[in-house]
Design a protein around this ligand. Structure first.
Ligand SMILES: Cc1ncc(COP(=O)(O)O)c(C=O)c1O
Length: 381
């Protein structure tokens, strides 16, 4: 009987990625949009704030559930950030959002979480009548469609972050639906080698580990020590320092390597496998009262980023999963220090308890069963 070896870490690259040019590649997914490829999504956000001309007297509405790295470029404009509530199911609290609008509101910033899109009909209408810019953050939602159009088609602009979905060292995109926010003559600078290699090394590591495991030479994994795991102890720990916006990134473009790799990923294949893996988890957990998924169904055209579940002793469980080479993430555990979100109790519940299980395109059916078994054995009521 064949015994399968498991490596459920982050996705890696193969030689093919350096040479292939798929018809359903990332560029073709974006189609003919007005698009600028930046080094990171946060650089696109900074660019947008400059282009819109945000001033210290303006107000920007931001969601209580956030990573922090998307908020900092907005904060650094000097404008006042007004936080609106995100509910425990990750939906927008439309009433709170509308109540937060004032004559000074310049931008409404919306994040589509984990690949799932919000219904923005009301908000689009409000933005039109009140002359407010709507920015859709699609960093976690690459390849999701909304009524058969790409996610991010409703706002004045949408931003994307490629490394969240794909094994690339950098890359973000700005889609300017409002053509006034587009420019084709900005001088974009190259990312420095240091910035670039720091992000490339973990991808190389995942690629080698994946290869080692498929070749059944597992004893070689000993060459790659599991990352030392740091337990967060404070009630509202800060986000990592690297999440804060560094102005030296301004107008930095996507590296040449990422530009090349973006041609090699087939979005049809990626969407198919992510959806299959998500549905497999739903099936695995449907009769298990211990596992509480954030989303209990998967709508057509959603490309899910991962499979988020609520767990109580998250840090302990995450540690054990990582030790088994399963790339779970204590999702957005840090609290961006310039916003006070403690009064948003439903958001704090998301911040403190969501553990994201991997579902990326390099995991097969057996991997998902293996991850399910492992997480079931660790979670208690
Ligand atoms: C929702 C969201 N938006 C934007 C960003 C910023 O992406 P980038 O790292 O490409 O700047 C992140 C980063 O984690 C994010 O989670």
């Amino acid at each position: 009987m064949k015994i399968k070896n498991y490596y459920c870490g982050h996705p890696g690259l193969s030689i093919e990625n350096f040479f292939s040019n798929k018809t359903s590649n990332v560029y073709n997914w974006f189609n003919k949009n007005k698009i600028i490829y930046f080094h990171k999504a946060r650089v696109a956000i900074k660019y947008l704030c400059d282009k819109i001309g945000v001033e210290p007297d303006d107000e920007i509405l931001v969601p209580s559930y956030n990573c922090g790295s998307e908020i900092d470029p907005l904060y650094q404009t000097g404008a006042k950030l007004i936080v609106y509530n995100i509910k425990k199911d990750c939906s927008l609290d439309i009433k709170d959002l509308k109540n937060s609008i004032s004559d000074k509101t310049k931008i409404i910033y919306v994040i589509h979480y984990y690949g799932f899109v919000h219904n923005l009909t009301d908000i689009v209408e409000v933005c039109k009548t009140k002359n407010i810019y709507l920015i859709e953050d699609c960093a976690l939602s690459l390849f999701t469609k909304h009524d058969y159009k790409n996610v991010g088609c409703l706002g004045d602009a949408a931003i994307f972050s490629f490394p969240k979905t794909l094994p690339v060292p950098d890359g973000g995109a700005l889609v300017a639906n409002n053509h006034d926010l587009f420019s084709n003559n900005i001088l974009l600078k190259k990312p420095g080698l240091k910035l670039f290699y720091k992000k490339l090394l973990p991808i190389i590591k995942s690629s080698i580990l994946r290869w080692i495991v498929t070749k059944k030479i597992n004893f070689l994994t000993i060459l790659f020590k599991t990352k030392k795991y740091e337990k967060k102890r404070e009630k509202t720990p800060d986000i990592p320092a690297s999440y804060y916006y560094d102005q030296s990134l301004n107008n930095m473009k996507t590296s040449n390597l990422t530009k090349k790799l973006l041609k090699s990923f087939d979005y049809n294949d990626i969407v198919f496998k992510r959806r299959r893996n998500f549905l497999l988890f739903l099936e695995e957990f449907k009769n298990d009262i211990k596992i509480v998924p954030l989303f209990s169904s998967l709508k057509e055209n959603v490309c899910p980023l991962n499979f988020p579940i609520f767990v109580n002793n998250r840090e302990e469980i995450n540690k054990k999963m990582l030790e088994s080479n399963i790339a779970t993430v204590s999702w957005w555990a840090g609290y961006y220090k310039n916003l006070n979100i403690e009064k948003f109790t439903e958001t704090c519940c998301l911040k403190n308890n969501i553990l994201a299980l991997p579902i990326h395109h390099q995991l097969d059916v057996e991997d998902i069963k293996y991850i399910s078994k492992k997480i079931k054995s660790l979670v208690s009521i």
